[in-house]
Design a protein around this ligand. Structure first.
Ligand SMILES: [Zn+2]
Length: 522
């Protein structure tokens, strides 16, 4: 059988859909792929996170190879010449082709698609506003169209994956997909189009990032004139790049686990006979335990009495304070991921942060901030993790603190209206990525600040008397500073946080080790 070369290819990605479309009413997807090649059991790559999987699709390489994370692609333009995206590969073959990437989640266009590949990069604040932009571009007959709808993932994070809200949003995405398909028909190019719909990952409860069935299985559908009506036996998000190149008549690079590892899945094209190498993505993360019930035998309150804690945030798919004191207000969207230290963790910064007025008493007397932070190469500077004071000089008008990540350092900035001091502690040199536990104790009796990294004493520094005044800031923030101007477009930081514990006294080494014992089972 002769190879059909498509003049056009469309990849329509539905973020966070997993294979939940099987539970929703999706007449358009059903109709478009009725005679196509499909599976509800294609695989997302580990970790089941957006940047890792959109990167895998567009670069044709595994997350370990491309190294992209949500934080990184928000801050850095894509620049790895050794691993060009599918856009650049198409551009080399077709210098005059019209290529376009229309995405709701802008970091894809910022940090995955090259800016020198002549791609029409478009974004919008939601899927509804994205839709007319996509339809306009289909009328221009793009050789390659890439679309990412994001609101399904938002509905999963907000209302739960598989919830009514999530399923209804999948039905909205299905309507959009029907409109796109009709636009190809209207443009008169449907016969020459390879049309692909898939998700980047699924989700469980209010998050994703782990490798459960709910998170790893995705819908993967391919339709086109020469596509077989078949069940695809095995496919992974990373295979999109090879599929697109093959569809457009280009050469598919040889399989290389350390480079381009994208393959054309079997049974899609009748003439394609290159054997598919089944590589089941191995989850890198060890089995994680759930957060022990704080009142239970191994719970936090059996190590430290509840009265010692001003705040105990576990970020297990909600913003509950286990100490029972604080209610938080969410700004934008704080997303949960299932691969926290214990249970789930929260992604903060550019995309969302929290604030409470219930901690205005915190910092009267000595205090200790203890937290797990996920350090990745994306944290360059001025990433405010939490605190009650402004990070910027122009508005540092209260007694209080901001805890900041800066390059490979942690910074505890203590301040009063006329003065401040930044207490900088480098993270251990061996820490390049992953979870680090940091304890910062402000001991107002001893007039010193002590830092414990991964539960071991790191350093102590003297603190001037004027920086030890009682807190006078009305609100406490997580994921931003009190000016609410950090982790914005200027410093587009995204970071993951787990277990933020605020103690109302200054930790000693003994306390740090005790907290280490609480986490020792992880
Ligand atoms: Zn995603």
């Amino acid at each position: 059988m002769k190879r059909k070369i498509y003049k056009y290819c469309a990849v329509i990605g539905v973020d966070g859909m997993g294979n939940y479309n099987r539970l929703a009413d999706t007449p358009n997807i059903d109709r478009i792929f009725a005679n196509g090649a499909t599976t509800y059991f294609a695989l997302s790559m580990d970790p089941t996170i957006s940047a890792e999987n959109w990167g895998a699709m567009l670069l044709g390489a595994s997350p370990v190879v491309h190294g992209l994370t949500n934080g990184w692609i928000s801050q850095n333009e894509y620049s790895n010449k050794a691993l060009p995206s599918v856009f650049t590969r198409i551009r080399r073959a077709f210098p005059e082709a019209y290529l376009t990437s229309v995405v709701n989640w802008d970091p894809i266009n910022y940090g995955i698609v090259e800016h020198d590949a002549g791609v029409d990069l478009q974004t919008a604040e939601n899927d509804e506003k994205l839709q007319p932009k996509i339809l306009e571009r289909i009328a221009k007959k793009p050789t390659f169209l890439f679309v990412q709808y994001d609101d399904v993932d938002g509905a999963g994070h907000g209302g739960g994956y598989g919830s009514e809200r999530h399923l209804r949003q999948i039905e909205t995405a299905d309507r959009y997909i029907g409109e796109l398909y009709a636009a190809y028909e209207k443009a008169g190019i449907l016969q020459d189009t390879l049309f692909i719909v898939l998700a980047d990952h699924g989700g469980i409860r209010n998050g994703h990032g782990g490798y459960t069935e709910e998170e790893k299985y995705i819908f993967f559908g391919v339709a086109g004139q020469n596509v077989q009506h078949a069940e695809i036996p095995h496919a992974v998000t990373v295979d999109i790049a090879a599929l697109v190149l093959y569809g457009l008549g280009l050469e598919v690079p040889a399989y290389d686990p350390d480079g381009f590892s994208s393959q054309v899945p079997e049974r899609i094209f009748p003439e394609y006979t290159v054997p598919y190498r089944v590589v089941i993505p191995e989850p890198r993360n060890v089995t994680r335990r759930e957060t022990p019930a704080p009142d239970g035998e191994n719970g936090l309150f059996s190590f430290f009495g509840r009265e010692k804690l001003s705040l105990a945030m576990f970020f297990d798919n909600d913003f509950a304070d286990a100490a029972g004191r604080c209610a938080f207000k969410e700004f934008n969207t704080v997303k949960f991921y299932s691969n926290g230290v214990n249970g789930a963790c929260a992604e903060m910064g550019l995309t969302g942060f929290l604030s409470t007025e219930d901690l205005s008493d915190y910092g009267k007397g000595s205090f200790t901030v203890a937290l797990w932070v996920n350090v990745d190469r994306s944290i360059n500077e001025d990433c405010v993790v939490c605190g009650n004071r402004d990070w910027w000089w122009r508005s540092r008008n209260a007694n209080g603190f901001t805890f900041v990540l800066k390059n490979n350092d942690t910074v505890m900035s203590l301040g009063c209206p006329e003065d401040h001091d930044d207490f900088i502690t480098p993270l251990p040199e061996e820490v390049e990525s992953g979870w680090v536990h940091v304890i910062t104790a402000v001991d107002k009796e001893k007039k010193e600040l002590r830092v414990y990294t991964d539960f071991a004493f790191t350093r102590a520094m003297p603190v001037a008397q004027n920086l030890l005044a009682d807190n006078s800031a009305p609100r406490f923030f997580i994921g931003n500073d009190a000016g609410m101007e950090n982790n914005t477009k200027e410093f587009p930081n995204i970071f993951k946080l787990d277990d933020l514990l605020l103690f109302n006294y200054a930790f000693t080494e003994k306390d740090a080790r005790k907290l280490g014992r609480y986490y020792a089972e992880r």
